[in-house]
Design a protein around this ligand. Sequence first.
Ligand code: BYC
Length: 334
Amino acid sequence: MYTQAMDLAPKEERKAVRSAEEAVLEERFEARIDAGDFIEAKDWMPEHYRKTLVRQISQHAHSEIVGMLPEGNWITRAPTLKRKAILLAKVQDEGGHGLYLYVAAETLGTTRDQMLAALHSGKAKYSSIFNYPTLTWADIGTIGWLVDGAAIMNQVPLTRCSYAPYARAMVRICREESFHQRQGYDSLLVMMKEGTDAQREMVQDAVNRWWWPSLMMFGPPDAESPNSAQSMRWGIKRISNDTLRQKFIDACVQQAQVLGVTLPDPDLKWNDARGSYDFGPIDWAEFWRVVGGHGPCNRERLAARVKAWDDGAWVRDAALAHARKQEAKQQEAA
Ligand code: BYC
């Protein structure tokens, strides 16, 4: 005898009930985070947690597929069959990483089309590092050593991210990144130890150009990182931007010594008290310029992604037409 309308409380009251319910859910969520629980796609989560994850995971996915471009540029010019096969495998891996990450982000209720539209319109970010050019073959080894090295340092903690689908994707990605770092270091080692003077100079020049942008990959200093505090609180990020950057620098110094290259920072000096290397100032104005779309290759990179998307339209159309045919056939058979 009651209509549905009669069941409804006045709007303000409903809002209060909903937010009271939400407050309970949020409390439970925070307790799970505090207990070190992992959150699955179907679990309740605060909207801000969801949005933060979509932002970070989609940016990460974009970085992987944009990251294919500077290295892809050298596939046809790799010096030997072995190096070409390695580079091909690496670039394909990056494409795969993009796919795992887009799928992880899709579990949060956003579509791949939406994420790609944000990339193509210039609204979404991707890693600053891929807006620098790859001028010589030594850049490819240096990207492996420094860029993939920085990526591993940043991404291993993400295998413990509180959002389980992202954490799971990161386990495989990190294993592959590790091969990427090793192949880059190996390529540089061969040039430095068995190469000509010209090759050694080429390696040093590449290291000079990639060192500082690699340090920027970890993001702005903690004190200027607007997302860090909340992301650390939620266990999305486990280690801060500055701590990871310092760990990376400390690891690279020894590796540079073994290679026989100089890191282009006159202020790099062991600090006994800190148990770490001190380093010179990072040019954050350059970082923000690049993030803001004004790096050496931003336009080129975005144009290449948009072109790939447009050129691939017929493949997506054909796949959809095939899926529709299959579905119609199945319905007919049923
Ligand atoms: N470049 O508050 P913050 C790879 C943005 S793929 C551009 O510290 P958060 C590889 C940041 O997004 C490498 N933007 O942010 C692939 C934020 O802007 P919004 C990619 C950057 O998220 C192929 C603002 O600055 N790795 O390695 O707490 C071949 C303030 O920063 C950058 C990942 O994506 C940057 N470098 O921390 C080879 C890993 N840094 O969004 C290798 C996953 C910061 O508020 N991501 N920004 O407008 C993360 O771990 C974190 O998102 C970051 C930044 C540490 C990068």
